[in-house]
Ligand binder design. Structure first.
Ligand SMILES: Cc1cc2nc3c(=O)[nH]c(=O)nc-3n(C[C@H](O)[C@H](O)[C@H](O)COP(=O)(O)OP(=O)(O)OC[C@H]3O[C@@H](n4cnc5c(N)ncnc54)[C@H](O)[C@@H]3O)c2cc1C
Length: 304
């Protein structure tokens, strides 16, 4: 049995870990030079900042066990269960919720941990379903999967997914001059959806705020995201009452989040499988569960 996983985001890596642990031969192809997909960071001002997922929630017992193992090794840490809330520019009551986990080394470090020991080929973009594999797992957003020409049921499921864009602004300030907060949900705002204190979540207290835009704002700036830097930084400063001008680095996500959750945990047609965070709430945990479920199903198919 030979399996090819396309995509080294958390879904593809979780799938490959499951297959590899069961002794199935698996190779992961990733188009980028690094693993992690939307568990992603950039170096801004000489320091790494998370620009994709802001944090993890681990309320599934199996994923919580993975998070606990990361914590035991110092790779992940519980960050906060309370985030500030703004309605427009007006502060509201903070929202208590599940524990959000962050990673001192950036969330990509968790993907790198999963990838350790796997056969991962980086900078390897596949443009078609490989013909020489017994099973092929497309672990990615539907619009990306469609480019490989998947069979009908997978293509239909991929086409049924609707995705929203996000612009991420990494704002590096001369110093930490904002009021003590971990991060904030920003509702009913023309530009911002969330703002997180990256120094707080990573634990080094660097003066870095990371803002995610609304989908509507991102859509209107997709052609030239860099040109939105000033507007994003001005919106952050206005929200938090800051005067100092940050250095800003903008990252564009064309497929950031699926806008409506699909039915977990995956879709398959013959030897081709589609996994990812579109199969449930758009979270890291959902992607992990989806990828693992595909891995388990393939292992079971070999045992029949
Ligand atoms: C701005 C933003 C904020 C978010 N905030 C949160 C949050 O706070 N909490 C949370 O839980 N989740 C959050 N998410 C969602 C979370 O990041 C995703 O749910 C999760 O990372 C998805 O993992 P995945 O493996 O399904 O997909 P991806 O991470 O997208 O992985 C797909 C991989 O496939 C690769 N690929 C695509 N096509 C090919 C090809 N043809 N050949 C080879 N490789 C290919 C891509 O390069 C990529 O590495 C956020 C996402 C974004 C973008």
């Amino acid at each position: 049995m030979k399996v090819v996983v396309v995509g080294a985001g958390i879904a593809g890596l979780a799938c490959a870990v499951e297959l590899s642990a069961a002794g199935v031969s698996v190779r992961v192809h990733e188009r980028d030079p690094v693993v992690g997909g939307r568990l992603s960071g950039v170096v801004a001002g000489g320091r790494y900042a998370d620009v994709g997922a802001a944090y993890l929630v681990a309320d599934d017992p199996d994923f919580a066990a993975v998070a606990d193992r990361w914590r035991a090794r110092g790779l992940a840490r519980p960050w906060t269960d309370t985030l500030a809330v703004f309605r427009g520019r007006v502060p509201g009551e903070p929202a208590a919720g599940p524990m959000r986990w962050a990673a001192p080394g950036g969330l990509r470090s968790l993907a790198e941990d999963l990838a350790g020991g796997l056969d991962v080929v980086l900078e390897s973009r596949l443009d078609a379903i490989p013909g020489d594999a017994d099973a092929v797992v497309l672990a990615m957003p539907g619009p990306q999967a469609l480019r490989l020409g998947p069979p009908a049921a997978v293509a239909d499921a991929a086409r049924a997914q609707a995705w929203e864009p996000v612009l991420t602004a990494v704002c590096t300030y001369p110093g930490r001059s904002w009021p003590g907060f971990h991060g904030a949900f920003v509702n009913d705002h023309p530009v911002l959806a969330t703002v997180c204190d990256d120094g707080d979540r990573r634990g080094d207290l660097a003066p870095v705020l990371v803002a995610h835009s609304t989908a509507a704002f991102a859509r209107s700036r997709l052609a030239d995201p860099g040109a939105a830097a000033g507007e994003l930084a001005a919106a952050v400063n206005d929200l938090l009452g800051l005067d100092e001008r940050p250095e800003v680095r903008v990252h564009r996500w064309t497929c950031a989040r699926p806008s409506s959750p699909g039915t977990p945990p995956f879709v398959t047609d013959g030897r081709v499988w589609l996994a990812g965070d579109a199969f449930g709430r758009p979270r890291v945990q959902t992607a992990w569960l989806s990828g693992r479920a595909v891995g388990r199903a393939i292992v079971q198919s070999t045992e029949r």
